[in-house]
Design a protein around this ligand. Sequence first.
Ligand code: MN
Length: 292
Amino acid sequence: MTQRTLEAIIAPRAPHYVGDGFRVHNFIPSTQPLSMRRMSPFILLDYNAPFYFPPSDQLRGVGVHPHRGFETVTIAYKGRVAHRDSSGGGGIIGEGDVQWMTAASGILHKEYHEENFSKTGGLFQMVQLWVNLPARYKMSAPKYQAIAQHQINGYQLPNNGGTVAVIAGQYADVQGAATTFTPMHLYNAHLKAGTVLPLSFPSHYNTALLVVAGNIRINGSENVPTNHFALLRNDGEDFSVTANDDALVLVLSGEPIDEPIAAQGPFVMNTPEELAQARRDFAMGKFGQLDD
Ligand code: MN
């Protein structure tokens, strides 16, 4: 086993709004070197760092829009989001919950702050991650996995060092809650100050961390502050995360999908022709029906 080393620490870029409900820092694919290809199968990561939304009678969010060719994964840290899609999926996710939506051949959905959260206002913190699908699954049937916090198994670290909540893949003997189309690992690591979390993934898996709370160091030496992203090289398997103070770290590692990427807005396909087909199918109403 060889050590995996740090490639880059990436600061959050200026935030932008997705609709009027998500104030996000984009890491993948708009910050160097986090291109869709470099981070495959993870092709987009938007991070709504903790942000206070004041009370509102009007629901903030994003209205009906399509997706095709990939999966959207929403990970809630603070606040509540309500979602509904044209395949019948839907629900409310709050702190610790994950919504794993497979758009595949095409879906319409809408994403809003949950009604009571909107009325009272409050701190909001979320990640939205897009996971690519290989060509053979891009036109498969849509599906939806609503994963509540209590359904996500945790690995208890020794000496009350914290918990690794395994969203997908596995950590030690703990299996992830979500099913995936290609091999990947996705964890929320809740670490007490001083805890050292050992991690090991095949060297060709693209691997990164988002520091959601607290601050950490990688391989005992390199500091990564809150709201920063750390990219690991593909030069080894093993590395460690040390919590400098109580920390929450989103860990991503996945086998790259070695196929061409043709991406435009809400569609991620393999070729420009498939993108054109997606636009035509959407215009013709083939993504189903969903009222705003
Ligand atoms: Mn969406």
